[in-house]
Design a protein around this ligand. Sequence first.
Ligand code: ZN
Length: 217
Amino acid sequence: MQDPRHPQKDAYALILEAIDSHLYKPGDRLVESELAERFGVSRTPIREALQRLETQSLLTRDGRSLIVASLDHSQLAELYVVRGELEGLAARLAARHAAPEEVKVLQDMLRADKKLITDPAALSRANRRFHKQIHLASHNRFLVQQLDLVHRSMALLATTSLAAEGRGAQTLQEHAQIVQAIAAGDGDAAYRALRDHISAAFITRLKLDAAAVEAAE
Ligand SMILES: [Zn+2]
């Protein structure tokens, strides 16, 4: 029976969302009975969802337990390269194909997101919405699918780079440049602005990780 709290969502979407929102972090154990209890879904769909997530490498085995996978240093670098190019391509296509209404939505997001600058979690959600809007404005369904895959793997990063000192304000400035280029219909500038934005996010993440290693020592 479906839980009335989650009428439309299946077990897979619920667990994925829980990983994405860091309710479950890399290394956390996922237990079938606990998930069934938490989401008010029976154990069979939970088991199927866990299998699917394991096939997609979002979960991994630790002995007999299933844990949320984590990305090692090389995987992280590989992911950011793909993300930078694909997001850049989305921006280039958006500059060419976005309807004026879609550009207006991006501009409205820029304005609204300024209010979230001191709230990294809210800003991180807003950032995802912003990038999703650019993906859709590319009007290329295959690209949107590939970007969804990349963003699913991004859920395996335990922290948001937006929590780093000053990164929130910097992010919004970079977003403004991207939107400006898309609005001007300048595909090359939009590609560069978005690729540089992802590169800056990666640099921030590397610094965060280095600081975390130092703190753990
Ligand atoms: Zn961004």
